[in-house]
Design a protein around this ligand. Structure first.
Ligand code: FES
Length: 336
């Protein structure tokens, strides 16, 4: 049976199925309610039932106070809905509403899709999950006090399993450590979230995503968010690959293109290093942006999200602004 849950005062609605907790269903639907541990310990997911019935489906150690009980609250991470439900909930509307967290974690998996890129999966304890918005960044603290800031490449709906894409930067201690030393089982700390891109697009507005190299991480998180909320507007992804190889997540982008009716994937290989500004880089970006995106008049009113190394991000921004895309509808994140 499918049940509809409505959060007030935002009036955001989502469906809940089976014995899913209210929190699980809300995160899967792309909502950002207030919560902490996801595990019945902290009490931060308390919400007041306005109408409808609930039932406990998970154990919780948190004991609501007499005043909370009298107010008719439930823990969203431990309760499901047994009828259509209306709940009074605090929600995050912007990255500023998400508290900075410091969470111990372990490296779960690492692989190298190319010599220059490591994809790292990190898992937090069951009782301490990371609350974040799609496209945000965190600082990873590694052995020996080494730190590096990276966008989270995964969706906020899986707040325990975090993915990062790290470029091999010989001048960067964190990326050197991640590429050559970090192994599954190693301990690290996750601190954040700390800004980054976040979703701003209203209604069914067309969206253009442009990524280059590991800039794909932040864009992947945004696209997975859009898929989760069943975004109905047209989405176009243009990926620039570094010289000499297809884009490292070409297969994933192609699978979105195959499965989603409103998704279109284009790719372009650069012949020069996207981390070094030069006329040839500007020219290759200009040519691809024009032929793949700006030639399509429907995309002239799109919201544009860019994530790329600095020189490439700046050149892309210039291309879109020169072509009349409004600065207020253009968001850029620079990856290292
Ligand atoms: S999130 Fe901590 S008790 Fe629900």
């Amino acid at each position: 049976m499918t049940i509809e849950v409505k959060f007030v005062p935002s009036n955001r609605r989502f469906e809940l199925q089976g014995n899913d907790t209210i929190l699980e269903a809300a995160l899967r639907a792309g909502l950002s309610p207030n919560y902490g541990c996801s595990n019945g310990n902290c009490g931060r997911c308390l919400a007041k039932v306005v109408n409808g019935s609930t039932a406990r489906v998970r154990h919780h150690d948190y004991v609501p106070t007499a005043a909370e009980k009298a107010a008719g609250v439930v823990l969203m991470c431990a309760y499901t809905a047994h009828s259509d439900l209306q709940l009074e909930v605090l929600e995050a509307d912007s990255p500023d509403d998400i508290p900075v967290q410091d969470i111990p974690a372990r490296c779960k998996k690492k692989h190298h899709p190319t010599d220059d890129i490591a994809v790292v999966r990190v898992q937090t304890p069951r009782t301490q999950r990371l609350r974040f918005l799609s496209g945000q960044r965190v600082v990873l603290s590694l052995r020996g006090g080494i730190q590096g800031e990276y966008p989270i490449a995964s969706c906020p709906c899986d707040d325990r399993n975090l993915e990062f894409h790290v470029h091999r930067g010989d001048n960067n201690a964190a990326s050197r450590h991640i590429h050559s030393r970090l192994s599954p089982g190693d301990h690290l700390h996750v601190h954040g979230p700390t800004g980054g891109l976040s979703w701003h697009t209203p209604n069914a507005q067309p969206v253009v995503f442009v990524s280059c190299d590991v800039g794909f991480a932040a864009i992947k998180s945004l696209i997975e968010y859009a898929i989760n909320i069943e975004w109905e507007g047209p989405m176009t992804l243009l990926c620039f690959g570094a010289p000499g190889a297809a884009h490292y997540m070409d297969n994933l982008a192609r699978s979105w293109n195959d499965v989603l009716d409103n998704f279109s994937y284009r790719s372009s290989l650069l012949t020069v290093d996207p981390r070094h500004a030069c006329e040839k880089l500007d020219e290759e970006l200009r040519s691809s942006v024009h032929s793949e995106l700006l030639a399509d008049a429907d995309l002239h009113h799109a919201d544009v999200y860019i994530s790329a190394p600095g020189p490439t991000a700046c050149a892309l921004q210039t291309q879109f602004l020169t072509h009349g895309i409004e600065a207020t509808r253009l968001w850029t994140d620079i990856c290292s």
